[in-house]
Design a protein around this ligand. Structure first.
Ligand code: NAD
Length: 322
């Protein structure tokens, strides 16, 4: 049994820590949100009153935070992890963050005498609950191996990616492809419907044909086809449009830094932005289908200066961003 410190007990961190508790570890967690802290405590986590309290005596510290700025504040801020944990402690950041912040964390942790890995995850809330996440881990080989032991109860796949920050690189590129695939599934689904195909018949074909993708099998944006799709629940979020937009923007920033043209990725980012501008940012990202089937604005007030989208306009000429 290990003592694990954990910062960030939201949609992902909550169920991830529950699996560590189930595996017999003592987990001390901290979150700014009292509700998130209480929910995690109900699953057996020991609530901490501060970052310092969460990391005291920990063998390993995990963080699961929204963005780079949160991770920088939690690690480098006054009273943060580097101030409070015992030198030499293994630190694992599982947040999805930008490459620059990931690099800063590696450098600062090394300078302060800590072992640090970037270990973002794929698999969503359902994977967090089931303990079947894929972890992609960047850092020196010994630290990656040490982190893998603690990660095991939360994961189905643990994949070392190489040097520092390569875990974040893998995650950013994976999610770029995911959202491009999702946009493709949305366009195919609506066009198939308008060409007279039964939605189930078309999905049965595409899911065993070359149009297949994880997005198609898991997030198919048409109600009544795939049980896990948010379309069955009026796009109540499993992965919000805001979060999808964040992830695509991470890819765009990394592409700019490496002179890589991301014409399709940039287009999909504009589609996500239009969803957000229309008030749907807190809805599931698969609501992107509304830009194709013309229902954007049907359940939320459109942005003041945005016209209702049409299938034709969406496919060829995106409306200007608000
Ligand atoms: P979330 O917003 O539900 O949880 C983040 C938590 O961090 C919140 O509870 C917040 O209060 C807490 N927090 C923020 N700043 C803090 C601070 N200074 N001190 C303590 N707590 C702080 O987000 P999430 O869905 O759990 O996602 C976390 C990360 O995992 C993100 O980077 C996200 O991109 C990534 N991710 C999410 C999913 C998903 O399906 N939700 C899947 C894979 C990866």
């Amino acid at each position: 049994m290990a003592t694990i410190g954990w910062i960030g007990l939201g949609n992902m961190g909550g169920p991830m820590t529950a699996n560590l508790v189930r595996a017999g570890h003592a987990v001390r967690g901290f979150d700014l949100s009292p509700a998130a802290l209480a929910a995690a405590a109900a699953s057996g986590l020991t609530p901490a009153t501060s970052i310092a309290d969460a990391v005291a005596g920990a063998d390993v510290v995990f963080t699961m935070l929204p963005r780079g700025e949160h991770a920088l504040a939690v690690y480098l801020g006054e009273g943060g992890v580097l101030d409070s944990a015992a030198p030499g402690t293994l630190l694992v950041d599982s947040s999805t963050i930008d490459m620059d912040s990931a690099r800063k964390l590696h450098d600062a942790a090394a300078e302060a005498g800590f072992r640090f890995v970037d270990a973002p995850v794929s698999g969503g809330i359902s994977g967090a609950e089931a303990g079947t996440l894929t972890f992609m881990i960047g850092g020196d080989a010994a630290s990656v191996a040490a982190a893998s032991v603690f990660i095991e109860p939360m994961s189905a796949n643990i994949i070392p990616t190489g040097a520092a920050t390569t875990g974040q690189a893998a995650k950013i590129c994976n999610n770029l492809m995911l959202f491009i695939n999702l946009a493709g599934a949305a366009e195919g689904a609506v066009l198939a419907d308008r060409l007279g195909l039964d939605k189930q018949v078309f999905w049965d074909i595409a899911s065993v044909s070359s149009g297949d993708s994880w997005a198609l099998r898991t997030w198919y944006p048409v109600a009544g086809v795939v049980p896990s799709s948010a379309a069955n629940r009026d796009f109540a979020p499993t992965f919000t449009a805001e979060l999808a937009n964040k992830d695509i923007n991470l890819a765009i920033a990394a592409a700019k830094a490496t002179n890589t043209p991301l014409e399709i990725g940039e287009h999909v980012q504009q589609l996500m932005q239009r969803l957000i501008d229309a008030g749907e940012g807190a809805r599931d990202c698969s609501a992107i289908v509304k830009l194709v089937d013309g229902t954007l604005g049907a359940t939320a007030a459109p942005a003041p200066d945005s016209a209702p989208a049409t299938a034709t306009a969406t496919a060829s000429t995106p409306a200007p961003r608000a």
